[in-house]
Design a protein around this ligand. Structure first.
Ligand SMILES: O=C(O)[C@H](CS(=O)(=O)O)OP(=O)(O)O
Length: 238
């Protein structure tokens, strides 16, 4: 049977072997939610960058550029890191380049040894669950955390995904067991529970409560986000 594991922070990723596995990267506040929202609202592809200047240079190539550092829109960029910026198909058909504090950094650390790399968010949880049910490989859920530290919202997403896939995978991984159980106890109270998280408080100070609320909404979209040859694209479930 397939196996599932959860890596709670980029500082721990060297302890995991991603060879031949599906790796799903999660950064609920806000990069992975923003990536899924952008693709579901018609952005044709998203190229993630670790480096701010490399991302900015993509503007000359006709890309829309989104840049965020410490929760704020980076200087000279078209957009910051808000998923709400992509609603109503404003950027439909456009190519996007994006760099964020934690999320695109985590994407950068996963090499080509993984069999597939997905990007996960609560807003497409069920779509990702349906997709993964039909795959053969083991699964590694990789939480982007905050500046190397563990965070609650990414870990609870990992618990939600593990819980939804319970009959499809086995696990000997303690972080999977811990967060599946925490999700089961908090699932009816998820928004309130995560509102205590450090990252929620940090972003609330930046007046982006609407983003937080959006990122914690379940199953708004049926698109699955897949990294392919350095770009993130949408797969739509049948
Ligand atoms: O803008 C965000 O949501 C965060 C910024 S911060 O590090 O939490 O201040 O970036 P992300 O890469 O999406 O975690």
């Amino acid at each position: 049977m397939k196996k599932i594991e959860v890596c709670l922070s980029p500082e721990l990723i060297h302890l995991y072997d991603s060879r031949g596995k599906i790796v799903i990267i999660v950064d609920i506040f806000r990069a992975s939610s923003t990536i899924v929202a952008a693709l579901a609202n018609g952005v044709s592809s998203i190229t993630p960058f670790k480096d701010l200047n490399a991302c900015k240079a993509m503007q000359e190539k006709g890309f829309i550029i989104a840049g965020e550092r410490d929760g704020k829109q980076a200087k000279g960029f078209d957009l910051g890191n808000s998923p709400l910026a992509y609603l109503k198909g404003i950027y439909k058909g456009k190519e996007l380049a994006i760099t964020t504090t934690n999320g695109t950094n985590a994407i950068d650390t996963i090499g080509e040894e993984a069999s597939q790399v997905l990007i996960g968010a609560f807003i497409n949880l069920n779509a990702t669950v349906s997709y993964l049910k039909n795959t053969k490989e083991d699964l590694l859920i990789y939480c982007a955390g905050w500046k190397g530290k563990f965070n609650l919202e990414d870990s609870l997403y990992a618990g939600a995904l593990a819980d939804s896939l319970d009959s499809y995978y086995v696990t000997e991984c303690d972080s999977t067991l811990a967060f599946r159980t925490l999700y089961q106890t908090q699932r009816k109270n998820l928004k309130d529970f995560i509102s205590n998280a450090s990252h929620t408080k940090r972003l609330q100070n930046q007046d982006i409560e609407k983003d937080i609320d959006f990122c914690l909404s379940l199953d708004l979209y049926n698109a699955v986000a897949l990294v392919e040859k350095g770009k993130i694209i949408a797969l739509r479930n049948a």
